[in-house]
Design a protein around this ligand. Structure first.
Ligand SMILES: Cc1cc2nc3c(=O)[nH]c(=O)nc-3n(C[C@H](O)[C@H](O)[C@H](O)COP(=O)(O)OP(=O)(O)OC[C@H]3O[C@@H](n4cnc5c(N)ncnc54)[C@H](O)[C@@H]3O)c2cc1C
Length: 408
C-alpha cells in the first residue's frame, strides 16, 4: 500500500465508488474497503426492479424532494447534477433514457453491467479494493482501524478518510448501521434510523389475507393528511406495499411516532365523482346483490370489493349514500410501518450540523462522509441514488481541496 497522501474510502456503495472515481481521476492513490466480499450489493438489489438512476425534472423541483434539506441539496446538486450523472455514465459507455414518468433508467445495461464496467474502470485507475474489512473506528493517531478476515485487526495509515457506509435498511447488503457506535463515541450527533419508502401494516382479517395477499389493488387515489399518491398498491399479509404507499410512508411514520392514530383515505373509483356513484347505487333493485351490482355497474370486484367488505360494516352496505362515500373515502387504519430492515431506504444518520459544506466532520478533521449515512431522506424515483452519487462526489472534492491546501 502507498504511504504518501493515501486516501482511504470505506464503503463500496454508489457514494464510496463515486468518491473513489473522483479521487483516482485526480491522480490520488485510493484504497477502498468494504465489510462484504464484493462491492455494490444494495446497488445490485436496486437493479432488480428496474434501476432508477435519477430523475429528469427541473432542478428546483428535484431539490425539493429532499424535504427539510432542499436548500442544501440545491447547492450539492449544483456541483454534481442529474445531467452530470448521465454524462458521466455516458463516458463509461452506459447510455440512459428518460421514462414517461421522468425517471431515468440505463439503456441496454443492468445494474450488474454498470457495476462491472465501473469496477474495471476504477481498477485500471489504480484503486485498490480490500473486501472483508469491517471498519471499527479510529486508532489514537486517527487512522482507520479494520477487523479483517480471520479476526486480524488492521490499522491503515491515511491522509484523508471518506466514510460511505450507507443507511440501515436491507442489512444483508452490508449497510447495517453498525458504524453509528464508533461515531457516537466521538460525540457526533446521529439521528436514529427510521424506515423510509416502506410498506405499512394493517390488521387484516385472516380471511382477507388468505384470499388477497399478493394481489394488486388497481388505480387507487390515496391520501394521508395533505399528502396524496395514486397508482397500484399490493395487499400483503402484513398490510400494503407499493409505490404510492412508499410515497406516503414518511408522513405515516412521523404521525405514528407522535402517537396519532393514522388512517389512509382511499378512493377506490378515482375516475367517478361521488354524485355519479350515488346515482348508480340508487338504481339498484333490492333483488340484485350489492356484490353483483358493484361488479357490473362500477367494475368493483375482486380485491377492491373485498377491501370494502373488510373495512365497512353491514350497516354501511345497506345505505347507498354511505356506501358511495365509503367507495370514495375508505378509511384504512394503519397500525405501523414495516420494519427498517425491509425498507427501501432509511431516514436518520449523521446530522448535517456535524459536517462542513464539503462534508467533512467538524469533530474529526480529515474525515469526510457521504451517501445514505447522512441524515437525509427522499422518495423513490432516482433521488436516493442521485443523493448518494452527489454527496460522494462533493466529499471527494472536499478531500482534494484539503490535501491540496496541506501540500501548499
Ligand atoms: C430494494 C431496493 C431498491 C432500490 N431501488 C432504488 C432505485 O431504483 N433508485 C434509487 O435511487 N435508489 C434505490 N434504492 C436505494 C439505493 O440503493 C441506496 O440509496 C444507495 O445504495 C445508497 O448508497 P450508499 O453508497 O450511501 O450506501 P450503500 O449502497 O448502502 O453502501 C454502503 C456500503 O458500506 C459497507 N459498509 C457498511 N458498514 C461497513 C463497515 N463497518 N465496514 C466496512 N464496510 C461497511 C456496506 O457493505 C456497503 O457496501 C433501492 C434500495 C433498495 C433496498
Amino acid at each position: 500500500m502507498k504511504d504518501t497522501n493515501t486516501v482511504v474510502v470505506i464503503g463500496c456503495g454508489p457514494a464510496g465508488l463515486m468518491a473513489a472515481t473522483v479521487l483516482s481521476e485526480a491522480g490520488l492513490p485510493v484504497d477502498i474497503f468494504d465489510s462484504k466480499s464484493s462491492a455494490g450489493r444494495k446497488f445490485l438489489v436496486a437493479g432488480r426492479g428496474g434501476l432508477n438512476l435519477t430523475h429528469a425534472e427541473d432542478s428546483d423541483l428535484f431539490a425539493a424532494r429532499y424535504g427539510n434539506h432542499a436548500e442544501l441539496f440545491r447547492k450539492l446538486l449544483g456541483v454534481f447534477s442529474p445531467e452530470d450523472l448521465r454524462s458521466w455514465l455516458r463516458s463509461l459507455g452506459v447510455e440512459t433514457f428518460v421514462g414517461t414518468s421522468g425517471r431515468v433508467f440505463p439503456k441496454d445495461a443492468t445494474a450488474s453491467d454498470i457495476l462491472k464496467i465501473w469496477l474495471e474502470f476504477l481498477s485500471k485507475r489504480g484503486v485498490v479494493f480490500h473486501f472483508r474489512h469491517r471498519w471499527q473506528g479510529f486508532t489514537k493517531t486517527g487512522n482507520p482501524l479494520f477487523l479483517a478476515e480471520g479476526g486480524e485487526c488492521r490499522e491503515v495509515p491515511a491522509d484523508a478518510v471518506l466514510l460511505a457506509l450507507g443507511g440501515a435498511s436491507w442489512p444483508q447488503t452490508g449497510s447495517d448501521g453498525s458504524w453509528t457506535e464508533f461515531l457516537a463515541a466521538k460525540d457526533i450527533r446521529i439521528t436514529p434510523f427510521r424506515p423510509a419508502n416502506c410498506g405499512v401494516e394493517v390488521a387484516w382479517s385472516d380471511h382477507f389475507i388468505s384470499r388477497f395477499s399478493g394481489k394488486p389493488l388497481k388505480n387507487l387515489h390515496l391520501r394521508c393528511g395533505d399528502h396524496q399518491a395514486t397508482g397500484d398498491v399490493m395487499v400483503t399479509e402484513h398490510g400494503l406495499e407499493g409505490g404510492p404507499i412508499y410515497t406516503l410512508s414518511a408522513i405515516i411514520r412521523d404521525r405514528l411516532a407522535e402517537h396519532n392514530p393514522v388512517a389512509l383515505i382511499v378512493d377506490l373509483k378515482r375516475d367517478l365523482p361521488l354524485e355519479r356513484i350515488q346515482e348508480k347505487l340508487a338504481q339498484r333493485r333490492t333483488k340484485e346483490s350489492v356484490a353483483n351490482f358493484l361488479r357490473k355497474n362500477l367494475r368493483l370486484s375482486g380485491p377492491s370489493y373485498s377491501l370494502l367488505r373488510e373495512i365497512c360494516s353491514e350497516e354501511d352496505f345497506k345505505d347507498p349514500s354511505i356506501l358511495a362515500s365509503r367507495i370514495k373515502k375508505l378509511s384504512i387504519p394503519i397500525t405501523n410501518t414495516r420494519p427498517l430492515a425491509e425498507a427501501i431506504s432509511s431516514a436518520g444518520g449523521i446530522a448535517f450540523q456535524e459536517v462542513s459544506e464539503d462534508l467533512m466532520l467538524h469533530k474529526l478533521p480529515g474525515v469526510f462522509v457521504a451517501g445514505e449515512m447522512l441524515d437525509w431522506e427522499a422518495p423513490t424515483g432516482g433521488y436516493l441514488l442521485q443523493g448518494a452519487f452527489t454527496t460522494g462526489y462533493r466529499a471527494a472534492q472536499g478531500i482534494l481541496n484539503r490535501l491540496k491546501h496541506r501540500r501548499s
